[in-house]
Write a protein that binds this ligand. Structure first.
Ligand code: MG
Length: 382
């Protein structure tokens, strides 16, 4: 079974006028995604998702015009060979770094969909896992900066739906962040696991002010206080609190960058995103490295049903799985594009879909509704 074609379909959705969610990386104007379709000589088609990297047209072009010619003609089941070829030809030499990792992620995911379909097995089974229930938290682009009262209302809405964990956006400023987090803890009580994400907007001084409060409210983690490559600050921050671990990984690419995280010794919660880190092949390697150090994998997820399905299969098949990040965003039509697969149970858990491969039916007719919109997905916060 050979790869006969690789196609990238960028899709966009503009948020309704006057509506946005604001967090550490800015205010969201639109959602983008890049769907990857891989076709084979046996008639099997696989789908993957590449993160758009804020420039979906560029990532789609990289997949279709640069990576596809490298891979067409290869055996479709040779995921390791395909990975290595892209890594050697595009990621590590004359490469475009994270852009190539995003593009490769989507192709790799589609190849795993094909492997599952060829074997007649759901991906979690092919990977050696079981269809177990996965604890989920309410995440995605939600619970952004707003008055503490409406934030607590939004949080309570997710708890009422079944979530036992949720992620608050901090990184606004220490005073308002502290007031919001405290109010949500007081409103929700002690049973809910409160996670926090600064989306790289903090300084070390901010972290020194905020971490003691996060200890007081027993936050599950502090995510991405700093830029992904600011290892010195990560090391300093990790020394401040022994109770609240520092989390990162959604902006780290390939096992080589995760190895750097390990060397920094500062990040005890890893959050690779399968549509960014190098796909399922690389996600498994990252999880294996982490397992030897007893580091849990709380995978980051975005934006369409495809990556959400892949993430559930992956978590169901690794030993050190943490939370599944459910997207509770009110402005993401891509999440349910191919079915409502992440239905939360009364136990606060989800389950990977059944059916071969990713276990979802991709209906390509919906793509016409979401043509590519060029321009930034986030702007400096309002
Ligand atoms: Mg994050």
């Amino acid at each position: 079974m050979k790869i006969t074609s690789i196609t990238a379909i960028p899709v966009s959705y503009r948020l309704p006028e006057g509506r946005t969610v604001t967090m550490g990386i800015g205010s969201t104007l639109k959602r983008d995604a890049v769907i990857v379709r891989v076709q084979t000589s046996e008639g099997l088609t696989g789908y993957g998702e590449a993160h758009p990297g804020r420039s979906p047209g560029a990532i789609a072009s990289l997949i279709q015009n640069t990576l596809a010619p490298l891979l067409v003609g290869m055996k479709a089941t040779d995921v390791v060979g395909a990975w290595q070829r892209v890594h050697r030809m595009q990621l590590s030499s004359h490469g475009v770094g994270s852009g190539a990792a995003l593009a490769l992620s989507g192709i790799d995911m589609a190849l795993w969909d094909i492997r599952g379909k060829a074997a007649g097995m759901p991906l979690y089974a092919l990977l050696g896992g079981s269809r177990r229930r996965l604890p989920a938290y309410a995440g995605g682009i939600a619970l952004g900066y707003q008055p503490k009262e409406s934030l607590a209302d939004e949080a309570a809405e997710y708890v009422a739906r079944g979530y036992r964990a949720l992620k608050l956006r901090i990184g606004d400023n220490p005073r308002d962040d502290i007031a919001r987090v405290l109010h949500v803890r007081q409103t929700l009580g002690d049973e809910v696991d409160i996670l926090t994400d600064a989306n790289t907007a903090y300084t070390l001084a901010d972290v020194r002010r905020v971490l003691p409060l996060l200890e007081d409210i027993r936050a599950g983690w502090l995510e991405e206080p700093f830029a992904c490559n600011d290892f010195a600050s990560y090391r300093e921050a990790a020394a401040i609190s022994r109770l609240v671990p520092i989390a990162a990984g959604e902006n780290h690419y390939t096992r080589f960058e995760f190895a750097q995280l390990l060397e920094a010794g500062a990040v005890k919660v890893w959050q690779p995103d399968l549509s960014k880190c190098g796909g399922i092949t690389e996600g498994l390697r990252i999880a294996a490295i982490a397992s030897a150090w007893r580091i849990p994998i709380h995978a980051h997820s975005s934006a369409t049903t495809i990556n959400h399905a892949a993430t559930m299969h992956f978590l169901a098949a690794i030993e050190n799985a943490g939370y599944y990040e459910a997207c509770v965003s009110k402005f993401n039509p891509f999440r349910d594009l191919f079915g409502d697969i992440a239905r939360i149970g009364s136990d606060g858990c989800v389950q990977p879909p059944e059916g071969p491969g990713l276990g979802i039916e991709v209906n390509e007719s919906v793509f016409a509704k979401y043509p590519l919109i060029d321009g930034p997905g986030y702007v400096v916060k309002f």
